[in-house]
Write a protein that binds this ligand. Structure first.
Ligand code: N01
Length: 553
């Protein structure tokens, strides 16, 4: 068995310039770098932005906030870190989360191995040496044994295909690529296009500043009030007293969040009891509403009861009945598109300076130099905010020219939709891991929990390969096919595929419609990954003899 002769290098031979290249310095890339260093392997991180934080670096739009409580949406790997950090609110806003990311980068001295303002543009597998050659947009070429895509699931903003956008004379912003400097809307006429999570968070804040805000809505979404508030010492301490135990419990929950699931069917309650229960959940706030009953994602009749309740709340909140009617989501079961969480979203439509335009009645014809022209009229505006979402889960990966074994390209491989084994690797691309990739719980879970689980698994795998003299690991086609089938089968047992959501790739014209995340639950998924690792990486082909023999010559 080969020994480490270079200390930090894998399998007793130089693997290239570094052992591992990490793409992205969001929460995934940062934690991975920390763990790799502890393992004693060399790593370099490339980050397109000028700072750490990933999604929280880019999404600086007004009102941006996490919909998972900060006590849970934070790193669990360091007891000192989780004890010393203090969140000011239950659900933190983007500035505070970005401050936290920067604190972590400083505390663990991460920046010295991160190259900022550099986008990875290509990766090519060299089977003779079992290494990747990675190219960047700054012209750098780096060789490494492993590449880990810590590129995030919602990191390729989607510009809408609306005629005339380039001709607009005012300012255009995309929520996913918000400027770093303060954007002032005071007294201005603003258009927001889109009504997903980003829009629903930003609309109430922009409405407070703008002279007039016009919201262009194609599909209404369900939104639940967050009931955000200041963090109390009592609540904070209730977590910190036994943080490690609670974190461990969350790792085995379905969504990676400790949450109060009412473990019975919505149909087991009579109408009055159901209303009381929904009312209590509505008052509690946030995504916990979807835990009101255990079959809201599974049974249409149960789901309909939640839809009816939320519709009634919208009608109650919005004073103009015809505006309220336009805001009622009717084309998908609640929760099958990512549920939105807001602060005074529906109330905003009661303001005199806010207009809702229903694009089903009057579609957008084009953007003109002055504003937005619909089939009904032209709305003259000074600013357009595009809250039009992302090419989710696959967009960023497919932007990179990735060529694996025998010339297999990722674009060809995923032509019909993403195919992975466990959402961690895809056959044909040895030694390339994905963090929270398609086929893993990722966006259906508390991302922090899923990120830490993937990083721990990948670091464990790299360590195991080193100990066993393996220089290449690749998913077996049969294992991958079986996993893809399982991911689909589990998804189609639920109501999720009934929505034209970005989970299905339905928001990007021409994108294959495949349910991308794994809906089987974080706990079950973790157990499966652990089982695979314990069995010597069952379902993966590992090799090493050829390369190590060559190195010995
Ligand atoms: O994007 P979206 P997002 N003309 O895709 C509309 C996470 N997130 O950035 O539904 C007119 O949800 C589109 O309409 P339709 C979260 O996971 C989390 O808001 O396609 N409209 C839709 O209304 C979330 O799910 C947090 O008919 C057009 C909107 O744009 C994910 O990010 C906060 C259009 C896009 O909605 C994405 O959310 C924010 C066009 N040509 C985001 N094209 C939290 O943690 C698109 N639309 C809280």
């Amino acid at each position: 068995m080969p020994q480490d002769d270079a200390g930090s290098h894998l399998s007793g031979r130089a693997t290239g310039d570094v052992d591992v290249i990490v793409v992205g310095a969001g929460f995934a890339g940062m934690y991975l770098l920390h763990r790799l260093r502890k393992l004693g392997v060399t790593a370099r991180v490339f980050e397109a932005g000028s700072g750490v934080g990933g999604t929280w670096y880019w999404n600086r739009y007004p009102g941006a906030r996490c919909d998972v409580e900060s006590m849970q949406y934070s790193y669990a790997f360091s007891e000192e870190l989780q004890q010393e950090w203090k969140w000011s609110e239950l659900f933190s806003g983007q500035p505070e989360i970005l401050t936290y990311a920067n604190h972590v980068a400083d505390r663990f001295d991460l920046r010295r191995d991160i190259t900022f303002n550099t986008r990875v543009t290509s990766a090519t597998w060299d089977a003779t040496a079992d290494v990747w050659t990675v190219g960047t947009d700054t012209g750098e070429t780096v060789v490494a044994r492993h590449v880990v895509m810590a590129t995030g699931c919602l990191s390729s903003s989607r510009m809408p295909d609306i005629a005339g956008l380039d001709s607009f004379r005012g300012r255009v912003f995309h929520t996913g690529q918000w400027p770093h400097e303060q954007v002032e809307f005071t007294g201005r006429r603003v258009a927001v296009i889109g009504t997903g999570s980003s829009a629903i968070q930003s609309i109430p804040v922009i409405a407070e500043q703008a002279g007039h805000l016009t919201v262009f809505q194609r599909t209404p979404n369900f939104s639940i009030p967050s009931r955000n508030g200041p963090m109390t010492t009592e609540y904070e301490q209730s977590w910190k007293r036994d943080y490690a135990t609670r974190r461990e419990e969350a790792r085995h929950m379905r969504s990676g969040v400790l949450s109060p699931l009412n473990d019975k069917s919505a149909l087991a309650d009579d109408a009055a009891a159901r209303r009381d229960n929904y009312e209590a959940r509505w008052s509690l706030g946030g995504t916990y509403f979807m835990q009101s009953y255990n079959d809201l994602a599974l049974n249409k009749a149960s789901n309909d009861t939640a839809v009816e309740f939320v519709h009634a709340k919208i009608r109650e909140t919005v004073s103009n009945p015809s505006v309220a009617a336009k805001l009622l989501p009717t084309n998908h079961p609640i929760g099958t598109k990512r549920i939105c969480v807001d602060t005074h979203y529906y109330e905003t439509y009661n303001r005199a300076n806010v207009t809702l335009v229903d694009l089903h009645e009057t579609p957008i014809n084009r953007i003109t130099p002055e504003g937005v022209e619909t089939a009904g009229q032209t709305y003259a505006v000074d600013d357009i905010v595009l809250a039009t979402g992302f090419d989710a889960m696959t967009g960023t990966l497919l932007r990179i020219d990735i060529t694996g074994r025998d010339g297999i390209t990722l674009r060809d491989k995923w032509d019909g939709g993403p195919r992975t084994y466990l959402g961690l690797m895809t056959q044909g691309l040895p030694n390339m891991f994905m963090i929270t990739g398609p086929g893993s719980p990722s966006v259906l879970s508390n991302m922090m929990v899923s990120i830490e689980q993937h990083v721990d698994w990948i670091v464990g795998c790299v360590d195991w390969m080193r100990a066993h003299g393996k220089t290449a690991i690749e998913a077996d086609l049969a294992a991958e096919n079986a996993w893809v089938e399982h991911v689909n089968e589990v998804a189609y047992r639920t109501l999720y595929p009934q929505a034209n959501s970005w989970y299905m790739g339905a928001n990007v014209p021409g994108k294959p419609q495949v349910f991308m995340p794994y809906i089987g639950g974080v706990g079950a998924y973790r157990a499966k990954c652990d089982e695979v690792a314990a069995a010597g990486y069952a379902g993966f082909a590992l090799s090493g003899a050829k390369a190590t023999a060559a190195a010995a010559e």
